[in-house]
Design a protein around this ligand. Structure first.
Ligand code: ZN
Length: 342
């Protein structure tokens, strides 16, 4: 039998009861479990004197779990570690997860060791891993079974994953709406769309003390100017956004989704008839996706346009060749950047 030595240790040998160097070894094993033949690595103690493999109580337990995990893998079921990882994701205890799912109190503990879960339960565990929204709805239903503190802890963990998920969906949707422009250099300014840069550019503007009252219309203009100036100076835009010529000037495709992205410091302000979107960031922050050259360009835009009111910046934009030459609702091409007013 092929064995791999994992450890050597001088101690009383549990096999021959003499003191000598005892090896811990790993060996390939084959066993049949539930009519399926499975291969797995088992760990033994090896006695050179008796030339015998021996398992202590702990090794018997662990080898049984290795066999069960090999079976689980072969059947496409979650392994014991993967089940424990699902709990770790939400920071939930074995018995609390049982409570949440309406299962017997020891079920998860058993699944994380010797008992192979049935397929229906396996599917539920996979779903709860992928679907924090479902976790949240189960948690609300089971609220009375938990202390307030425990409930809050699980609520926070699952909410964070839920928001992360939502952001990923939103990012996918924005990228999908950009698919038709891909490869058209004059539309996206020779840069691939980077939503990380989009978020950082918005954060940079929102945190600038040299920009007065930053609402959505003004923000969209500043973003276009930043990309256009970047293209004028370097031959490529910062964000890769595609802008349309709307009555108030340039507006990026997907603007409503963009301001919903995670970490965009956007606050909805009730203005009576309508809502306004205010962008403001008080705390010091970093802009990891932006280069120092990017930041210089943003600073140049802030210098020229930061103090303009919304009406001033809209009428300034209306004088751009890029705007005048573009038919209403058409894509504003970056070829006009060379005649930019700034
Ligand atoms: Zn021995």
């Amino acid at each position: 039998m092929k064995m791999e030595v994992l450890k050597r240790e001088k101690r009383i040998c549990p096999c021959c009861m003499e003191e000598h160097e005892v090896k811990t070894v790993k060996a390939k094993e084959q066993a049949t479990f539930k009519d399926r033949q499975v291969d797995y690595d088992a760990v033994y103690t090896y006695c050179d004197a008796a030339d015998e493999l021996y398992m202590d109580e702990r090794q018997i337990q662990e080898n049984d779990i290795r066999l069960k995990d090999a079976y689980r893998r072969a059947e496409g079921l979650l392994t014991s570690d993967e089940i424990s990882d699902i709990r770790s994701k939400y920071g939930i205890t074995q018995s609390d997860l049982c409570t949440l799912l309406g299962w017997g109190g020891k079920t998860i503990t058993r699944y994380e060791s010797h008992q192979v879960q049935d397929r229906a339960h396996d599917t539920i565990l996979k779903k709860i891993y992928r679907d924090p929204e479902w976790f949240l709805s189960l948690l609300k239903d089971a609220k009375n079974n938990f202390s307030e503190e425990t409930y809050q802890k699980y609520l926070e963990a699952a909410t964070a994953f839920y928001e992360e998920d939502q952001d990923q969906y939103l990012r996918k949707a924005i990228h999908a709406s950009y698919a038709r422009y891909r490869g058209n250099i004059l539309f996206h300014g020779n840069s691939e769309l980077s939503l990380d840069k989009v978020v950082d550019v918005i954060k940079y503007f929102a945190s600038s003390t040299k920009i007065t009252s930053l609402y959505k219309v003004k923000l969209m203009k500043l973003m276009w100017y930043a990309d256009a100036l970047s293209y004028k100076k370097r031959g490529f835009a910062i964000t890769g956004l595609v802008y349309l010529a709307l009555p108030m000037g340039a507006v990026p495709v997907g603007h409503n989704s963009i301001i919903d992205l995670k970490d965009v410091p956007c606050e909805e302000v009730d203005m009576g008839e309508t809502n306004a979107y205010h962008f403001f960031l008080k705390d010091k922050t970093s802009f990891p996706s932006l280069s120092s050259e990017d930041l210089e360009i943003l600073d140049a835009v802030i210098e020229k346009l930061g103090k303009m009111s919304k009406d001033e910046i809209v009428s300034f934009m209306h004088k751009e060749k890029a705007y005048i030459e573009t038919a209403p609702k058409d894509v504003i091409q970056f070829k006009y950047a060379k005649s930019l007013q700034i």
